[in-house]
Design a protein around this ligand. Structure first.
Ligand SMILES: Cc1cc2nc3c(=O)[nH]c(=O)nc-3n(C[C@H](O)[C@H](O)[C@H](O)COP(=O)(O)OP(=O)(O)OC[C@H]3O[C@@H](n4cnc5c(N)ncnc54)[C@H](O)[C@@H]3O)c2cc1C
Length: 392
């Protein structure tokens, strides 16, 4: 019997497997895809903090120190920070680098292996796995569900959470007229209802563009319009699509994120940030928390839900506060119509407010900027009483 079977070699699963095998646990890391990291379902934007947290760096395509915000009724803002706020990376490379570290530290890395389900057995879990040679079983003391937004592990373990799931669609394009070191953000009901669209320069005359929204809105139809009308079309004139991406972004932390002999990490546990949709940094945090709790449970020779239960508290302590502030910010954002959005964008342009955002803007901790905006311009309270809730 294995000590741990980790399902999903995205950042959170590979980090968990890496932790476990470094600590001497017999670990297998499986993923249904043949090539880890492919197909890419990510815009590849992370904070410098994420590399610090990861403990090593990978190639950086671009450094971002500014953002342009395009809103309804031609509202527009150009932010310029004095430091690098985000890095554009090669996401498949990042995924492979973490999975390789897990393998180098002793995890058995099995690509092309799909988890189908599991049942509880004495002392652990029996998981059903399929690869191109057929179906077989793996017995493990601990099953780690790092299998992304539609986690089958969570479902089979009976872990349910109320979630909002965004669908995203985007592309790598040639001919993107971005502004160097600036991310473009598109908001409003015509551009990306209930969330936002993005444009990220990856090099001269090229970039990643996309948007996320919720059903019944279809991201693909908004995406097509990006080339024809509105603010995005100003940047995309004759741009050519090189590679399409799509995916899902789940909001809502699974609570609990564990059960007997099972623990969830990353998107499977609902770690994506409700403000930006980013989930790499928070997924890594959840991976480390899961490992710490599992390590203690192994030492106690008990992996039942009672022993794993401190995981929820640790998640809350390390990232939950920011996630719940993020939900409140999201609720406030959803309560705004296009007129209000446009008015807010104009107000954000007031010099002291803009300066506050440029100073405190942080992809991982968006609540910091929200708080500084409220401090700089208390008039914002009229738009969103919900904004205050998490800070009181
Ligand atoms: C369009 C888009 C853009 C995004 N942009 C950003 C961004 O710029 N920055 C950022 O931080 N976040 C971004 N995100 C979110 C980010 O991609 C996720 O939060 C992150 O990938 C979560 O990592 P994870 O390890 O939990 O899961 P994932 O990276 O989703 O990995 C899950 C893995 O599980 C595997 N798997 C699933 N089911 C099974 C199964 N049954 N058997 C075996 N393997 C299975 C999958 O193949 C996959 O490799 C974006 C998301 C989308 C959709």
């Amino acid at each position: 019997m294995l000590d741990a079977l980790v399902v999903g070699a995205g950042p959170s699963g590979s980090r968990t497997a890496w932790n476990l095998s470094k600590a001497g646990y017999e670990t297998a890391l499986i993923d249904r895809v043949e090539v880890i990291g492919e197909p890419c379902q990510c815009a590849g934007l992370i904070t410098p903090r994420t590399f610090d947290y990861l403990g090593y760096e990978r190639p950086i395509l671009q450094e971002m120190d500014g953002a342009r915000l395009w809103g309804p009724k031609d509202s527009y803002l150009d932010f310029q920070a004095s430091e690098t706020k985000a890095l554009v990376i090669d996401r498949p490379d990042l995924d492979r680098s973490i999975a390789n570290r897990a393998a180098d530290s002793g995890s058995q890395l099995l690509s092309g292996h799909t988890y189908l389900g599991h049942e509880k057995i004495d002392g652990g879990i029996k998981a059903k796995i399929k690869n191109n040679e057929g179906k077989f079983e793996i017995k493990t003391k601990l099953l780690v569900g790092s299998d992304g937004p539609l986690s089958r592990v969570a479902k089979n373990a009976g872990i349910r959470s109320s979630r909002e799931v965004l669908t995203a669609f985007g592309a790598d394009v040639e001919g993107y007229q971005g502004k160097e070191s600036h991310v473009d953000l598109f908001v409003g009901s015509n551009l990306a209802p209930r969330f936002f669209g993005w444009g990220i320069p990856t090099g001269p005359n090229e970039g990643r563009i996309g948007l996320a929204t919720t059903l019944p809105h279809r991201p693909m139809s908004f995406f097509r319009n990006y080339f024809k009308k509105g603010a995005p079309s100003k940047l995309l004139g004759g741009a050519k699509v090189v590679n399409l991406i799509s995916g899902m972004i789940p909001f809502g932390t699974a609570n609990p994120s564990y059960t007997d002999n099972v623990i969830l990490t990353g998107d499977a546990a609902g770690m994506a940030k409700p403000t930006s949709g980013g989930g790499i940094y928070s997924g890594l945090i959840s991976a480390d928390a899961a490992f710490e709790i599992a390590n203690k449970a192994f030492q106690k020779e008990s992996l039942d839900s009672q022993t794993l239960s401190p995981y929820q508290g640790l998640l809350k302590q390390r990232i939950g506060g920011e996630l719940s502030k993020g939900y409140s910010l999201r609720k406030a954002f959803l309560s705004l119509n296009d007129d209000q959005l446009s008015e807010i964008i104009t107000m954000l342009g007031e010099p002291k407010v803009k300066k506050a955002i440029e100073k405190t803007g942080d992809l991982d901790y968006a609540s910091l900027a929200a708080f500084s905006v409220l401090k700089a311009q208390p008039k914002f309270i009229k738009f969103a009483p919900l904004l205050l809730k998490p800070f009181i």
